[in-house]
Design a protein around this ligand. Structure first.
Ligand code: PMV
Length: 330
């Protein structure tokens, strides 16, 4: 059966950076994110017993071996989860497309694996609930667990060694707070160090890694509290604290992982200036050079205009809060 699903990328305010179990892909910390309506992946999966191998197309191209085997391994996992009998998985045809630059630190793995989990489970006729889908998506990419849900989402660190309690859940629906995220693209090329490699090197070599992990619970609590009170200033403060600590831990790895370029810092300073002028806006950055400005919707045009002028900013992608992953008519 063929199924098509759409999922949105998400941007973490309180970051995930480091794993407590590599094989099960369990994060070392919880995280908290906004699901973004402007960045989508649409994925179709068709299990077909007539195929002799998986046929995968990403953005109309055949992916490299590593990306293709990551997708095939994920399909194996989803199949095994719903078919305990141990029979052979039929090969699949997978077609997936993003409406934004892939692998440039714009969370394409989050929307990608969330859409793939939903489409694959449905194509297998499995009646999966969101918790199961979140748990499965996490195995593809840690941040993908959050893209199963819309609005404001928290990923639990979980206590169990098997990771069954390591799933995301929705804290608030998309209309809870009229926030916008403006993505200042400073380089649309592929990132040099993947998030997987960057966090692994940080875990293995950075003297700041333990301090990063130790602070995560307090940051999550502050963010939850700020969001419950719709206190932008408090949210801005803990959001910037989390991203700068994540990058500080990566910068202190050996060799240091530097995701920023000159335009990244120009955009960061621009956002800081806007906030000191009284605008409710703050920044966050992931495993790439793009800067995401988070602001209330009423100041989004003003922020966008200024950010566009920061030296080296190529373009701005505007998002508001979006829905969770879902099936689409094929
Ligand atoms: O899901 P991954 O393995 O691509 O890791 C995501 C890591 C960050 O984007 C840097 C932070 C996060 O929580 O999304």
């Amino acid at each position: 059966m063929q199924s098509t699903a759409i999922a949105h990328a998400n941007i973490a305010l309180i970051k995930y950076w480091g794993k407590r179990d590599k094989a099960l892909n369990l994060p070392a910390t919880g995280s908290l994110s906004l699901t973004l309506d402007g960045l989508n992946t649409t994925t179709s999966v068709d299990f077909d017993s007539a195929l002799e191998a998986d046929r995968i197309l990403l953005n109309s191209e055949t992916p490299d071996r590593q990306a293709a085997s990551r997708i095939s391994a994920f399909l194996d996992l989803v199949y095994r989860y719903f078919h305990s009998s141990g029979d052979q998985r039929p090969f699949a045809s997978v077609t997936s497309g993003n409406n934004f630059p892939t692998a440039a630190g714009l969370a394409s793995s989050a929307s990608g694996f969330a859409a793939l989990a939903v489409a694959a489970a449905h194509a297998l006729n499995a009646n999966a609930n969101p918790e199961q889908l979140s748990m499965l998506a996490r195995r593809g990419s840690g941040s993908a667990a959050r893209s199963i849900y819309g609005g404001i989402v928290e990923m639990a660190h979980g206590q169990r060694a098997d990771g069954l309690d390591c799933i995301a859940s929705q804290l608030h629906k998309p209309d809870y707070w009229n926030l916008n995220v403006l993505i200042a693209v400073t380089d649309a090329g592929s990132k040099k160090v993947s998030s997987t490699d960057g966090m692994q090197l940080t875990m293995e070599t950075s003297p700041y890694y333990q301090a990063w992990v130790a602070g995560a619970e307090a940051d999550l609590a502050s963010a939850r509290q700020a969001i419950a009170a719709r206190d932008f200033e408090a949210l801005a403060s803990v959001t910037e604290f989390s991203t700068l600590k994540m990058h500080a831990s990566a910068l202190a790895a050996q060799p240091g992982v530097i995701y920023w370029n000159a335009a990244t810092l120009a955009a960061v300073h621009c956002i800081r200036e806007l906030r000191s002028d009284g605008l409710p806006v703050c920044f966050t950055m992931d495993a790439g050079p793009q800067v995401k400005a988070i602001c209330t919707a009423d100041v989004a045009d003003q922020v966008s205009e200024k950010l566009q002028q920061a030296p080296g900013v190529v373009r701005i992608i505007s998002c508001s809060l979006g829905d969770g992953a879902r099936l689409q008519p094929s």
